[in-house]
Design a protein around this ligand. Structure first.
Ligand SMILES: Nc1nc2c(ncn2[C@@H]2O[C@H](COP(=O)(O)OP(=O)(O)O)[C@@H](O)[C@H]2O)c(=O)[nH]1
Ligand SMILES: [Mg+2]
Length: 368
């Protein structure tokens, strides 16, 4: 689910759009209030003159609860995706004794699940501490303690994406080819549009005509605007989109980028250039730099988080394809080694397959 901040007064009431000052001073200190899950009816944050407080859209009358059936269906697909990993970890707890052999088996199972050495060590130490404190009587109880330890490890990754503190909120979406960037942008756009956010897409993957067309289909489907330019320079397209977004007073600008380049130019250099260009168009932007990673790539996903974060200072991660052969442990590795918030996880290609990340829910999907 998203959090929204109270919308500022309509741009027309303040100053002409092109030379509006950056809106940093109003950046709220407190987290926003959750607004309905993607498919729920829109919360419609209304523009009022008092702009400082986070919107109170969580009030039952304004923000109906997330559609439970949809979330449950999604959770089922997540459980299914993680079932094999879950089974091999569960195997560790089928015995009758809580001994060193159990911990050794658990270590192997966690490593197999892409958890990585550091997060595995952390989880084992934490688990042993919990076992000393709580003195469980059976391996099954130890497994419940492991779920607690995993929840605590993952908790810092759980943070809602917030829009509304800036107008527009400018997001740049990056990641290697095929990770699911364009698909995730499409789903995200739909969720934002459902919450009555006006979205403008920038087709900054200008290298492949197919990429532009794919984004245009999503734009069309969601009835949002798109800035696209055949064979154009990705940075120029993004710049135009941010300028247009400011002029038109949209709520969110999302730039889709390329994951592979046909030229000699290094991908990271190209993406850094896009990032700088966004800042030229709006000094407070980009407000979000989101990395999309394919959950199937295991420890490589962690390497991607580190590399993209070093180059671009990520604000969030979207982990896709946890419905396939993904092992899931990589989230623990990210939490331990590069804790960038995981805004969403994807478990399929359909719209409702992208949902917010919840640490406890994920830990239990994996371990119950
Ligand atoms: N199974 C599954 N497929 C996905 C998911 N997200 C994206 N895909 C598929 O992955 C492929 C690549 O996605 P795309 O958005 O084009 O990747 P991009 O190159 O990063 O823009 C497409 O076939 C998508 O339908 C997901 O969560 N689960
Ligand atoms: Mg794409």
């Amino acid at each position: 689910m998203f959090s929204f901040f109270k919308k500022k007064p309509a741009p027309a009431a303040t100053a002409p759009a092109p030379d509006r000052a950056p809106e940093a001073p109003t950046a709220p200190a407190a987290p926003g209030v959750p607004v309905p899950a993607p498919s729920a009816p829109p919360a419609a944050p209304t523009a009022t003159p008092a702009a400082a407080e986070p919107v109170t859209a969580a009030a039952p009358t304004e923000a109906p609860a997330p559609a439970p059936a949809e979330r449950a269906g999604w959770l089922g697909r997540l459980r299914q995706g993680l079932a094999r990993t879950g089974a091999s970890i569960a195997q560790v707890f089928t015995g009758t004794r809580i001994d060193e052999a159990l911990y050794e088996e658990l270590e192997a199972a966690l490593l197999m699940a892409d958890t990585g050495v550091r997060a595995t060590e952390h989880l084992l130490e934490d688990l042993k501490r919990r076992v000393r404190d709580r003195k469980p009587q059976s391996p099954a109880e130890v497994r419940a303690l492991l779920a607690d330890a995993l929840t605590d490890l993952l908790a810092p990754l759980q943070r809602p994406l917030e829009v509304g503190a800036h107008q527009p909120t400018v997001m740049m979406v990056v990641g290697v080819n095929g990770a699911g960037k364009t698909t995730s942008i499409g789903k995200l756009t739909r969720h934002l549009a459902d919450a009555r956010q006006r979205v403008l897409l920038a087709a900054a993957d200008t290298f492949r005509a197919a990429a532009r067309e794919q984004l245009a289909v999503w734009a069309d489907r969601n009835q949002v605007q798109i800035v696209s330019q055949e064979g154009g320079d990705p940075a120029a397209v993004t710049y135009d989109a941010v300028v247009a977004g400011k002029a038109r007073g949209v709520d969110v600008v999302i730039a889709d980028t390329a994951g592979r380049l046909p030229t000699q130019l290094h991908l990271m250099e190209e993406l850094k250039k896009i990032r700088r260009t966004i800042t030229k168009a709006e000094p407070s932007a980009p407000h979000e730099v989101l990395l999309v990673v394919d959950g199937n790539t295991g420890q490589n996903a962690l390497a991607q988080v580190k590399a993209f974060d070093d180059a671009l200072q990520l604000t969030g991660v979207i982990v896709t394809k946890l419905d396939g052969t993904a092992k899931g442990g990589v989230l623990a590795a990210i939490a331990r080694e590069r804790p960038v918030p995981v805004y969403f996880i994807g478990v399929g290609e359909k719209l409702e397959d992208l949902q917010t990340f919840d640490a406890r829910e994920f830990a239990h999907a994996l371990l119950d």
